[in-house]
Design a protein around this ligand. Structure first.
Ligand code: ARG
Length: 593
């Protein structure tokens, strides 16, 4: 559908529909040919490349026609539309589309009046699994990537109007809890009545691990605790919950700083009771095979079988993921499952998907995506570690980011110009924004080098540059003494946006491409395309601003003598689209920096 909220149309969708109609009319006896509209055309604003595949199909049917003739025939059948200025055949049968400027300008005006609209897409119930750190262990940079990428995808899907459930699939069950609980019971014998003051779970983990490795009697008690945990003994469950709560509080602090909200904690333990049912179903359906005492499951397209039941009768990570998947579909009624998990678990997830498909759980058009990502490297191009070789604690990383952002702002003398509140806002938003953007702007399948120097550089494709660019746009209206309310009022009153200058037109075209970028990202879940777009928008804006006067001031008095309202509206539209992009990326903007 081409309908968009607020009456704004997605040009790309509207054009695709015009061309499908034209192709159907011009070549009715042909099977549906992909319309292949392309927006990055150097000639014209869009290009339709359908002629060549049609020539081939015709040839198969024994009809000879040149690509240029096919293109012309399509053009002749394009229904008249206000959005098309003119169409021309070029080169080997390409159709260049020139968009009508009056139409484009009106779209921009509507965008300012109604806000940046989301393209209308069929609504889905999405369960997205991300962050998912392990209890009692420190969250590491891999979990940071999952958190940042997952949050951004969830925000994107929210924006599109999907029904999104964010799940934090915590590693909260397993044998490591035996030693933690045994240690807790020794160290804080009153834990049943008094909450133990554990602040450093990391140290607590290390202590219990040391005892586990050195003390046989302790080890026995630890194993005993695992059994008692699995049979839900009250005291043991209480101890387990205490440990989980301490961990979750630590994670929560990180989410708060990163502006990550709405994640529902639902760890592996949640699926304990459901795993039995899954095993039963798979057994009855005859899907499980014996293998050396284990019960395993194969499926077409999975190289690695799942271990559904261990030889001792216990369940595994595979079992819990099967139970979680089934729960998400049957109880949560999801028709789209997304797992934001490092690429190393790709084979595991492919097997889970394949076995779920074999079990029939994915029938009825359930979409499953593993959103994988590569490892984070240090500046030495080796796995990201501290100097002493330890894993980097996320809190320390965030602290250092803020410190570095503060330094940068000082270097520029901003500490003199901004109020204390503004300065704090700037350094935090810049720091976290830069950390997030550095991650999101790289193709997630690739590894990337974590470098504070690069991410805080205010030149190039960084959050520092982009946030600064947005503050500059905002300051233009301040200088022109035009408030956002006045701009909105002007747009409502029908002030026309003129797109006469080449750079005005270039900017307008980039602005109007926003919905198609969003739709494309929803298809491949590559958030870096949105970052590329944001960067392109920002540089295109700079070109416009360097060439087109928006505000004229008197040289002597500095008084504003002329404000070009049409251009002010272009500034406003740019600021709105940029703000929308930052919002999807989960980056807080700043008023001043
Ligand atoms: N806790 C796991 C880890 O740290 C990630 C869990 C991902 N989600 C899932 N459904 N398997 O590696």
């Amino acid at each position: 559908s081409t309908a968009m909220a607020g009456g704004v149309q997605c040009l790309f969708v509207a054009l695709s529909e015009l061309f499908s109609a034209a192709i159907r009319a011009a070549f009715p006896d042909m099977d549906e040919v992909a319309t292949a509209i392309n927006s990055n055309s150097r000639f014209g604003d869009y290009q339709c490349n359908a002629a060549l595949p049609i020539v081939k199909r015709l040839k198969d049917k024994g009809v000879k026609m040149s690509p240029r003739d096919v293109a012309q025939k399509i053009i002749d059948c394009v229904p008249s539309s206000p959005l098309v200025e003119r169409l021309e055949v070029a080169g080997a049968g390409f159709i260049n589309v020139f968009v009508n400027k009056t139409f484009a300008a009106e779209q921009l005006r509507l965008m300012i009046v109604g806000g940046v609209p989301a393209p209308t897409v069929p609504r889905r119930r999405v369960v997205i699994d991300y962050s998912s750190p392990n209890i009692a262990k420190e969250m590491h940079v891999g979990h940071l990537r999952s958190t940042i990428i997952g949050d951004s995808i969830a925000r994107l899907l929210d924006f599109l109007g999907h029904d999104v459930l964010r799940i934090n699939h915590l590693g909260d069950w397993g044998t490591q809890f035996g030693m933690l609980i045994a240690h807790l019971a020794d160290k804080f014998p009153n834990f049943r009545t008094e909450t133990p003051p554990i602040t450093d779970l990391q140290a607590f983990y290390k202590e219990s691990k040391k005892r586990f490795d050195e003390d046989e009697a302790f080890k026995k008690r630890a194993y005993d605790c695992v059994v008692r945990l699995q049979s839900y003994e009250e005291d043991i469950i209480k101890a387990w919950k205490l440990i989980c709560a301490v961990s979750e509080r630590e994670f929560e602090k990180i989410y708060e700083r990163l502006n990550v909200h709405g994640l529902v904690p639902r760890g592996e333990s949640f699926y304990q009771s459901r795993m039995q049912g899954v095993v039963q179903q798979l057994t009855e359906a005859g899907f499980l095979e014996e293998d050396d005492g284990r019960k395993i499951m194969f499926a077409p397209g999975c190289d690695l079988p799942l271990t559904v039941v261990k030889s001792d009768g216990g369940f595994t990570y595979d079992t819990s993921d099967m139970a979680a998947l089934r729960q998400r579909i049957q109880e949560e009624r999801a028709d789209w499952l997304i797992y934001v998990v490092d690429a190393g678990q790709g084979a595991h997830l492919q097997s889970v998907f394949a076995c779920a498909r074999r079990a029939g759980w994915l029938d009825g058009g359930v979409r499953c995506d593993h959103v994988g990502f590569g490892v984070v490297l240090g500046e030495d191009k080796k796995k990201f570690k501290t100097r002493s070789g330890d894993t980097v604690r996320l809190v320390d990383l965030l602290d250092e980011g803020v410190r570095r952002a503060q330094e940068k702002l000082r270097e520029k003398g901003r500490d003199q110009e901004l109020t204390a509140d503004e300065l704090r806002e700037a350094q935090e938003n810049v720091a976290y924004g830069c950390i997030k953007y550095a991650d999101l702007s790289h193709n997630r399948n690739h590894e990337y080098v974590f470098s504070f120097d690069k991410m805080l550089d205010d030149r190039g494709n960084t959050a520092a540059y982009l946030l600064y660019a947005l503050t500059r746009i905002r300051s233009i209206s301040r200088r022109a003494q035009v408030t956002p309310e006045q701009l909105l009022e002007a747009a409502r009153a029908g002030t026309a946006i003129q797109l006469l200058h080449e750079k005005e037109w270039k900017l307008a075209r980039v602005l109007l491409r926003f919905p198609e970028v969003v739709v494309r990202v929803t298809e491949d879940l590559f958030i870096h395309s949105l970052c590329d777009y944001l960067y392109e928008l920002s540089t295109t804006f700079t070109e416009f601003y360097d060439n087109c006067y928006c505000v004229e001031k008197d040289r002597q008095t500095g008084e504003v003598v002329n404000v070009n309202m049409s251009r002010m509206l272009l500034c406003e539209a740019t600021a709105q689209v940029m703000t929308r992009c930052f919002d999807i990326l989960g980056i807080k903007t700043v008023q001043k920096m």
